[in-house]
Design a protein around this ligand. Structure first.
Ligand code: KIV
Length: 282
């Protein structure tokens, strides 16, 4: 499909007969190259970085500098994908000026757009970013930056009243000019209602099959992260298992002396070796 721009993504609805958008997270150059070669439409440099790469227990620990560092690594791979830089917690909560400056840092690091979490409450900041010509992707439902306020990683919108609020939130994000919205951890019926209600694409994660696209975390879909597998994850590989086996085989070869072998070593000409031997190494 080629690299999609934010306006092209904004017009991408499956109800118009388009294929669902494919988004995957990546945090470094090799991951970006793999996503690109696999034909992903969008790469999200997600703040899930905190949990799947940096070893934190939640996403609240990463900063704009961390996100820029990893966005730049992804961008250097020049993937044939639209790169979305995730705005971390507290990078868009304090003031409009700081918000726009933080979004600009992600763009200068190589993102083509930014994503931030939250509904109506975030509209003033979203409007400021869009006003600075930076495309914004919304993110509603289970928003991991709000885990303490939500009381944990819990499916959102299970009650009719809350579901209606999510539909309203999506509409207001679309009205403010967001080019797409991530729906995370919501019942299928709610995702379907939101997708019908807005003209921008919905990209689901734990939101069923009615969205205009799907996103999964790289480490989940490849089986690199195996400590907790959420219900909505489909694992397409067991990279952790294969890697552990490969490192075990390497360790066994080192310990038995079979690695490195003759072909895996550098050699000098026989006469040089002889001279070295005659005069001693010193
Ligand atoms: O940070 C992330 O990976 C995300 C996705 C789960 C949508 O925000």
């Amino acid at each position: 499909m080629g690299k999609l721009t934010a306006p092209a993504i904004a017009a991408h609805k499956t109800r118009d007969g388009k294929e669902p958008l494919v988004m995957v997270t990546a945090y470094d150059a090799p991951g970006a190259r793999m996503a690109s070669e696999a034909g992903a439409d969008l790469i999200l440099v997600g703040d899930s970085l905190a949990m799947v790469v940096l070893g934190y227990d939640d996403t609240l620990q990463v900063t704009t500098d961390d996100m820029c560092h990893h966005t730049a690594a992804v961008a250097r791979a020049k993937p044939d994908c639209h790169i979305v830089g995730d705005m971390p917690w507290m990078s868009y909560h304090v003031s409009p000026q700081e918000t726009v400056e933080n979004a600009a840092k992600l763009m200068r690091a190589g993102a083509h757009s930014v994503k931030l979490e939250g509904g109506r409450k975030r509209l003033p900041m979203i409007e400021q970013i869009i006003d600075a010509e930076i495309p914004v992707m919304g993110h509603i439902g289970l928003t991991p930056q709000s885990i303490h306020a939500m009381g944990g990683f819990k499916v959102q919108g299970k009650q009719a009243e809350h579901a209606r609020k999510l539909v309203q939130a999506a509409k207001s994000l679309a009205h403010a000019g967001c080019f797409a919205v991530v729906l995370e951890g919501v019942p299928v019926r709610v995702a379907e209602m939101v997708t019908e209600a807005v003209d921008i694409p919905t990209i689901g994660i734990g939101a069923g099959s009615h969205c205009d696209g799907q996103v999964l975390v790289y480490h989940d879909l490849l089986g690199i992260e195996d400590r907790f597998v959420p219900k909505f994850v489909r694992r397409y590989a067991d990279i952790k298992g294969q890697s552990v086996e490969a490192i075990k085989a390497y360790a066994a070869d080192v310990r038995s002396g079979s690695f490195p072998n003759h072909d895996e070593s550098y050699h000098m000409a026989d006469e040089e070796a002889e001279e070295l031997h005659l005069y001693g190494a010193g």
